[in-house]
Design a binder for this molecule. Sequence first.
Ligand SMILES: [Cu+2]
Length: 198
Amino acid sequence: MPKFPVSALILSVLLAFSTSPAFAHDELVSQSPALDSTVEAGIIRINLHFTEAPMATAFGEGNLIAIANAATGEQLGAACALIQGTDLATTVSISTPGQYKILWRAVADDGHVSSGDYQIKVVNNSNYFSDQIGNRCIDEQGNELDASKQELLSKKIEQNDGFIQGLAIGASFILIGGLIGGLLIKRRQKPQSRSAAK
Ligand SMILES: [Cu+2]
């Protein structure tokens, strides 16, 4: 008799551990700049506050922050972040006003990876200019991370546009081909119907 309650207890404990958010991943609690906030152009500091300190990972791997043009999806600069207490932090340079996406990825102490993104609006009232836009990631040895060697957190959306354009061109070819074919058939049928009427 006592066997069943013990196994039931173990099961319920396991279920509690696997579903309780407290034992799940590292969760984003708050962020700076805030969600949908308006920020002045310049060197912008990004601070993402988590429930617990992310697991230490190699620079440019695991824990990442990057920014992207919200309209085009194009990632600007490389992706990297530093662990500061329970925060992930970096600085990005933005001069062109517009809507930007902040993308992040965090590795929890248990190895679970969580990710997300949110938008901010950038205005430029200070004539800030920089030809180095985005996250500038320089490791302790002074080496700059090359975004082309990283798996991007955000990709340009133009590939989809190209696909839709291709579909539209293909569809119009089929339509024109069908119209010409239809006209040719009509022409051929005309003399036949005439002779049939006689
Ligand atoms: Cu987890």
